[in-house]
Design a protein around this ligand. Sequence first.
Ligand code: ADP
Length: 623
Amino acid sequence: MEDEKVSLRRAFRLHFRAAKELHKIDPKLFPVTILYAIVSGLLPYVTVFFSARILQELAVLRRPDVLWKWVIAGVLCTGAFALLKAFLNQRNETLLDDLYGRKELLFVRKMFSLDYADMDKQETHDLRDQIRQNENWSGWGLMRTPEAYEQSLKGIVGILSGIALTVSLFTSPVPETAGALTVLNHPVFIAVLAALILFITWLAGKCNLKAISYWSSAAEEATFGNRLFSFFGFIGMQIGRNADIRIYNQHKLVSAYWDKNMSFGANGPIAKKAKGPMGIYSGLGTGITVLITGFVYVFTCLKAWGGAFDVGSVTQYVGAATALCGSIFELTALTGILKTNTPYLEKTFQFLDIPNAMYQGSLTTEKRSDRQYEVEFKNVSFKYPGSEVWALKNVSMKFQVGKRLAIVGENGSGKTTFIKLLCRLYDPQAGQILLNGIDIRKYNYRDYMGIFSVVFQDFQLLSQPLGANVAGSNTYDRERVTKALIDAGFGDRLTTLPEGLDTQLYKDFTENGVEVSGGEAQKIAIARALYKDAPFIILDEPTAALDPMAEAEIYSKFNDISGDKTAIYISHRLSSCKFCDEIAVFHNGQVIQQGTHDALVSDETGKYYELWHAQAQYYTESA
Ligand code: ADP
């Protein structure tokens, strides 16, 4: 990531937006950060101010009655500031820790609101992954923002207080009696000195900037190193992979990657930068600032020697001027951090700003009590994003509610794609899908989604209580959920569960969780589809793990329980679907035959006939 081309204005703009986004997630953080920055920016000057007053009384004025008042005021004020700073620091750190996890909400919400096609794209996941890696490797991205606000405010408060306490250093004149030292009063001398101090501070800041810029040049290396680390470092903890790793000795393969991942090693590329130019520039930056303290000491002491002020003021000026230069230095360094962080924020916003390109209509799907729906595919063609191959080609088909439609065909023939288009997870590139004669794009998207219950091949249950899984909500009608589970064939198993519907599925979060078998999970997924009670119910080979006979049994049972709904069954096993009113045969993304089982099986030249006879050996009993 190049930071050279980033303007400060752009850096400010993006960090301002980042603060606004984070403020939405946690409205308490920024007020606390701002207060903390002000208090901690002021504290050094409070100490310097009171020390100077006390020293002045001790060394010059020697008034005991005033001295003790300064001592008490100093102790109280410094103590109060220090306590307030500690308290605010603790609050600030706690809120920051909390924010680290909570800012994920921004990404999660975005992920859920993306168009499905974008969510399904590898580039979207890569982008999200890069943002995460950048954060992991050195906190680049959103989380730099609170720190940047804190430091800049601290710096500004520091500069203002520093100026307030050092103005009189320049304005108090050395008396005429001091001879040559009166040159210190000359405005040109003061201007040259001030310019020199500012120049050195700026130079130190520049060195620091240069050191910081090496972080960004190492970003690619570090991101890749982190990717390897996150994959291979935790591979042994992935339950599903363990058997394969052991049987095929994959740990050797894994360790090879691990050994080669030298990104963060002592001799790795990042360490080389740290030991080389990065360390040198950083050291130079800090070293140069010491020069300033030297100049300030000499100037202040000479003025005091000439009689411009007393020893108490020397303490104040030296302390305040050193702190002032420190603040300028930090503020300069901060501009470097902001610029370096800007490309990382750009990536973050690139993700958060992915537009929703899908057209969202406003028509309702009329939750018709007669459930009269008619669906038509008209010359529909579709390619997956990034793919050159047509997954569906010129598909035209019509079907009515209340009918049982079977979609059959070999693997990869386009059956699932047909369902994904019907449910509007994707829009076709050509053709139209109509619901009751109206293009489905014209319906309200959420409303349209509401008319489908689909059990996908790769359905997923959550590590949540059983009832919540079926209902998709924590509050639900227990009777209806129980009925859906019984209808889906899970009734017997339900009676054995210790906590019934409240039983936690899987052991991710509790020891008492129940591990369900693949077949049982499938029944729960079917119950979930039944509970949704949508007019369309679709089973996309949810039975792939079962043998042909068992699959046919589930399908015919499902036929009984799906009642007046329109049911669509997808299978590459023809026997499962022969009871359907209509069968569509898919081949290479096209519908090549359509009709009843009897009509199709009697057409000896057709694909259905060929497939039926090829598969018959597996299910002659039911054929
Ligand atoms: P079926 O359900 O009949 O097994 P699919 O509808 O899943 O077939 O797949 C149809 C074609 O689309 C296949 O060639 C498959 O490789 C391709 N395909 C499926 N999903 C994707 C995807 N997400 N990206 C790219 N191509 C895909």
